[in-house]
Every structure is written in C-alpha cells, then in structure tokens.
Design a protein around this ligand. Structure first.
Ligand SMILES: Cc1cc2nc3c(=O)[nH]c(=O)nc-3n(C[C@H](O)[C@H](O)[C@H](O)COP(=O)(O)O)c2cc1C
Length: 303
C-alpha cells in the first residue's frame, strides 16, 4: 500500500505553497507515496493586498487566537503516515486561518496520534507563534516530529519595509529599485527539496526521532537570538493591546477605531526606535551569557 502524506496549508501570496511543493518534491518523484494537498479557505476571505483597516483590525483575533469560519473541507483518508502543516505568522501568533483549522473537529480527528511536521513561512518572527502551535498539537495528541521555519533573511528593518510594500500593494518587485525583493529568498525556498529528502529518509528508516536534529543541521530552522528577544517582549505587550482593543468597543465603533489607531502608532514606534535598541542590547546579552543563549537557541530549534 502507498504511504499517504497530507499537506495542509493556507497562503495569500503563494509563498508557502512554493515552499511546500519543494519539500514534497522527493515524495512526488517516488510512486510509493500518495500526496494530497488540503488548501484552507475562509468563508469570508481575508483581503490581499491588505488595507490598513483590515490589517490592523485582525490583530486582536490573531493574538487571542480566535477561530473564524472556514469553508467546509474534506480529506480522502482519515489517517496519514505524515501530516505536513504549513502555516504563517500573523502578529506573532498563528495566522487566523490556521488557528481556525486547528480548532475544527476534522483537525482533531486527523491529528490525533498522527506524525506531524510543521512548516512556517514568515518574515522573521515565528517563535512565539510556534510555542502556541506546539501546545495546541500536544492538546490534540499529535506527534510533532519536525519543524521547518523559513524567513526573509534581510535585516529586520529592511524586511519590515519590503513586507509592508508586498502586503499592502501585492507587488514583489524591488521597491524603488533599492530594496531587495520581499519575502523568503528563492535559494532558501529551493532548499526545501533537501529537507524533503531528509524527511523521506527518516520516515522510511523509522528514524523520525532524529529528524529534527538532521533538519536543523541542514539549516531548516532560521533563528536569531536578538529577534527572539524582541518578539518575546512584544508578544506580551500585544496580548495587552488585544485586550484593550476588544474592551474599547465592537468592530466599527469609534472606541475601537481609536485604540486600533493607537496600536498602529505604537507598532511604528517599536519597529523604528525600540527594536534597534533591543537588538543591540540582546546582542551584548548574548555575548555575555553564551551558555544561556545557546540553550535558548537549542530549545527553539527543537520540537
Ligand atoms: C496580518 C499579518 C501579520 C503578520 N505578522 C507577522 C509576524 O508577526 N511575524 C512574521 O514573521 N511575519 C508576519 N507576517 C508575514 C506572514 O507570516 C507571511 O510570511 C506573509 O504574509 C506571506 O503570506 P502567505 O504565507 O499567506 O503567502 C504577517 C502577515 C500578515 C498578513
């Protein structure tokens, strides 16, 4: 019987699908595997390109991980040898479409006792979202056997500018012919094939417990200590903002418009002024506390 692999994903730009297709490449080339893609779609789709109102408006639900309604979906089988979950990060949290999937009864039956590999395609801050995904998978009794996290490797402030251009204009060219193209570099996406080969090898030799170590040694997890420091602090503050915004009024109310606007100002301030400062301080801290830094990086590289 063929080995069955299910790939669940949501993507607005197509970037995550490109990564997943690279990872699936080695399996597709082998007739002993059956690959099934499950594309998540929202009952009320999110816009792409985004506008300011909707972009900042989705922040509280993203951070508080409130599910929205997905279009009904089916899978060919009830159980798979491996389920690959491709997700992206929204406001340091799993994207709302992905939260909605994990909240569905179908996800709980599919994931129960299944081998799961997560694939993240983000700007550069994914660690806090993944902590939450790990907890949810544990609650669903899924066996997380690996995680691949690809990011835009441009400097933090550069990737902020290019992602705003991409998400708000839907364009992937070089802004002003000065900035790099937005998103994860093609070379890093291409590497997905090598990760796919590693997954296949471990799956066939019943060696899934060593999969993550091997993936990490091949560069499948992009991590920077100063970015982890920034997002750990920011996530705590985002949770407070989400509460304030929800408390300030229902969607469309003046109170909510005001607090969302204040959050937007806060975010620009953090990105432009606080993040460079935190980055410098964390780099010093990392040099002074080498052992603790290595321990933290090892923890977030694992599953
Ligand atoms: C509302 C929103 C918030 C986002 N917040 C983050 C974030 O906190 N960290 C991050 O690394 N990327 C963030 N991104 C980028 C996405 O994770 C993703 O890389 C990008 O939107 C590509 O979209 P796709 O995977 O849907 O094609 C955000 C994108 C959106 C639309």
């Amino acid at each position: 019987m063929k080995k069955q692999i299910l790939i669940v994903y949501y993507t607005q730009t197509g970037q995550l699908l490109k990564i997943l297709e690279k990872i699936a490449g080695p399996f597709l080339a082998d007739s002993s595997y059956e690959i099934e893609y499950l594309k998540l779609e929202m009952e009320k789709p999110f816009p792409f390109p985004w506008n300011r109102k909707e972009f900042f408006g989705i922040m509280p639900d993203s951070v508080q991980e409130k599910p929205h309604t997905l279009k009904p979906f089916e899978t060919k089988h009830d159980q798979y040898d491996l389920i690959i979950l491709g997700y992206q990060v929204w406001f340091l949290s799993p994207s709302v479409p992905f939260t909605s999937f994990l909240d569905s009864p179908k996800a709980s039956s599919l994931l129960n006792n299944s081998n799961v590999l997560t694939v993240i395609g983000g700007r550069n801050m994914w660690v806090m979202a993944h902590e939450s995904i790990k907890k949810k998978l544990q609650a669903l009794n899924a066996k997380l056997v690996g995680n691949i996290a690809l990011v835009d490797k441009s400097p933090n402030l550069v990737s902020v500018v290019t992602i705003i251009y991409w998400l708000f204009h839907g364009k992937t060219d070089r802004l002003l012919n000065l900035f790099p193209k937005p998103g994860i570099k093609n070379k890093d996406i291409e590497d997905g094939k090598r990760y796919g080969e590693e997954i296949k090898t471990c799956l066939e030799s019943n060696n899934l417990p060593i999969l993550q170590r091997n993936l990490v040694s091949k560069g499948a997890v992009a991590l920077k200590f100063e970015i982890i420091s920034m997002e750990t602090k920011a996530k705590k503050v985002f949770k407070v903002w989400a509460k304030i915004i929800n408390w300030s009024g229902i969607e469309g109310s003046l109170g909510r418009k005001v607090t969302l606007f204040l959050f937007e100002i806060y975010l620009y301030f953090v990105i432009l002024f606080l993040s460079p400062l935190i980055s410098i301080l964390s780099t010093f801290a990392a040099i002074l506390r080498r052992k603790a830094t290595a321990k933290k990086l090892a923890y977030y590289s694992g599953v």
